[in-house]
Write a protein that binds this ligand. Structure first.
Ligand SMILES: *Cc1c(COP(=O)(O)O)cnc(C)c1O
Length: 233
């Protein structure tokens, strides 16, 4: 299957899941996760209409962005950083991405705001929440989401758009929904505390249907679009 065919069937899965749960399919945005794939794969997806791309590794992402720009200066893409953010790497992230999904500390948010170039619109950010307890190291604990959001939501050069999670993989679709439901409830708490947001970044190739059932507004899909990743390359 080609990237454009995979993209079409992924979009169909999104539409099916949305209508099954009485949601407007246009409320679920697709971020194509292109990590480990080269600029040509990004261009192929872009030519099939994809605009938003997600990357986990900063160096790889910067090289890929430069590669795409030199091959195809006509393309205007939206880059999402979805990997762990090290505090000494915030400047290039603030300069080269439109979104960061993985903010889990006040210090990172402050640096991103300070380092976001003033000629660019504010950086869109999501707080990454650890919804799986001890099995995950990344993400803020659920009971720390509100204090963190309160500390950072007024920073000038970032916009707090919502919450993101990467739950521990489970096979059963009903069990997959539990951590996504928790993320939705945490977003509701923020709204009630006067910090409304519009984004729930949740769902990957294996659990996107469960995430959409629980209100995902952004799904991050890699292997279903680009194929199996080969980290050895
Ligand atoms: C790799 C990755 C994805 C995509 O995963 P697939 O299973 O290939 O769809 C989504 N989100 C994050 C944070 C990732 O690291």
């Amino acid at each position: 299957m080609s990237i454009s065919e995979n993209l079409a069937s992924t979009k169909q899965r999104i539409r099916d899941a949305a209508s099954q749960h009485r949601r407007d399919p246009s409320s679920v945005h697709l971020v194509a996760v292109s990590k480990t794939f080269g600029p040509e794969a990004v261009i192929e997806a872009a030519d099939a209409g994809q605009v938003a791309f997600g990357e986990n590794y900063l160096q790889e992402a910067l090289e890929k962005q430069a590669g795409v720009a030199s091959l195809r200066p006509d393309l205007v893409l939206e880059w999402h950083f979805i990997g762990p953010v090290q505090s000494n790497k915030t400047r290039p992230i603030a300069e080269h991405f439109a979104w960061v999904h993985t903010v889990d500390r006040e210090k990172i948010a402050r640096r991103l705001s300070e380092q976001r170039p003033s000629k660019l619109p504010p950086l869109n950010i999501c707080l990454q929440v650890n919804v799986s307890g001890e099995v995950s190291k990344s993400g803020v604990a659920p009971n720390e989401v509100l204090p963190l959001a309160q500390a950072i939501h007024a920073l000038p050069q970032i916009r707090l758009r919502g919450l993101m999670a990467i739950p521990e993989p489970v096979d059963h679709p009903e069990r997959q929904r539990e951590p996504f439901a928790l993320l939705r409830q945490l977003q509701q708490h923020l709204t009630e505390a006067g910090i409304p947001t519009d984004t729930l970044s949740m769902g990957m190739s294996a659990d996107m249907t469960a995430a959409i059932a629980e209100g995902a507004t952004m799904v991050r899909i890699g292997s279903a679009i680009f194929g199996k990743r080969d980290y050895a390359k």
